[in-house]
Design a protein around this ligand. Sequence first.
Ligand code: ATP
Length: 251
Amino acid sequence: MEAVTVQDLTYQYRPGGPFVLKGVDFQVPRGEFVVVTGLSGCGKSTLCFCLSGAIHHNRDGVMTGKIAVNGKNIQEMRPAGRALEVGMVFQNPDTQLFSQTVEDEIAFAPENLCLPPDRIRERVESVIALLGIAALREASPYQLSGGEKHLVALAAVLALDPPLLILDEVLSQLDSAGKKKVAAVLQRLRGIGKTVIAVEHNLESVAFADRLMVMEKGSLIRFDRMETILADRDFMNASRLLYDRKIFNSF
Ligand SMILES: Nc1ncnc2c1ncn2[C@@H]1O[C@H](COP(=O)(O)OP(=O)(O)OP(=O)(O)O)[C@@H](O)[C@H]1O
């Protein structure tokens, strides 16, 4: 079964307003790692909000089309059920961090699901180990750097073990060592069968992805194997995507 099926998706932030997404159609099979890219303002974050169901918080918005996650219509799912199917890390992690300590932040969602205390502890410890953030355990999420906040938001989402992860520029605020570390974690997540849809501007750190989705002005203009698009010099130049010349030249 497909992890995600999107059919003729359109979105306006207000009735009669501009179409920020225009007839977007795609499918992502389970276990695939997809990177979404495109120039600023082309609709990547809006697509993420739609895929995660979070767009429902914007009451003025008008969404048409269909989104199915693991065969279930995302619009018809309750928030608790949705959180078990899809986890999203927002571009601005401040919007999703609210606990006193990093440990509490990670434990929050499993506690809300009323998991037994030993299973909560087990999940907290396993994501702390997976992301290598033991040193941040007692820290206040508000006092972390932008990159650390993204890591903690990712940890909190992983604590629910959702099969689909939507990541909106989680690597962008990390230094190059941090990028490598988190990219390795993302590859590991793919290795354990997670489906990942990750927005990134700079393709260098995510060159391991299976497929690349390129958006332009609310439309999906290309969705193909990562290496195929990177090797298409005319397309890369015309679409002004950010790439590292060393990678570009290696294809
Ligand atoms: N809350 C909002 N209300 C109205 N318009 C919005 C809102 N959020 C985004 N937009 C508009 O929707 C369009 C797409 O924005 P979006 O944030 O999805 O793009 P993006 O590709 O993620 O950009 P970036 O790479 O800069 O994060 C832009 O024109 C933006 O101004």
